[in-house]
Design a protein around this ligand. Structure first.
Ligand SMILES: [Cu+2]
Length: 107
């Protein structure tokens, strides 16, 4: 019994000490905003857009080069951006929502 408790305590300590898993870049869509509104990623890096709102949203490139299409609450869209440059994007449901994505060539 005592050793089981110690084992559990050791496990908790181990989990607390472990670094958070690498999840890449995440953009939350919350309160009708992209958060953060501006991100910089390396070409090929995956970006996850997660809709935290109870409204549907999209992440859609202003130039039409990519589009998450409708994301309901809790849904996510993962995309690896390969073309370098600065891309402005918006939500087609809420045209006042804007974000900026800067893709840098990986070196
Ligand atoms: Cu929206």
């Amino acid at each position: 019994m005592r050793s089981a408790l110690l084992g559990a305590a050791a496990l908790v300590a181990l989990l607390a000490a472990a670094p958070p898993p690498k999840t890449g870049t995440v953009v939350h869509i919350r309160d009708d905003k992209f958060q953060p509104a501006s991100i910089t990623v390396k070409a090929g890096e995956k970006v996850t857009f997660i809709n935290d709102d109870d409204d549907a949203h999209t992440a859609t490139a202003d130039d039409g080069s990519w589009d998450s299409e409708g994301l309901n609450q809790g849904q996510k869209w993962v995309h690896a951006f390969t073309k370098s440059g600065t891309i402005k994007y918006h939500c087609t449901v809420h045209p006042f929502m804007h974000g900026t994505l800067v893709v840098k060539v990986a070196k």
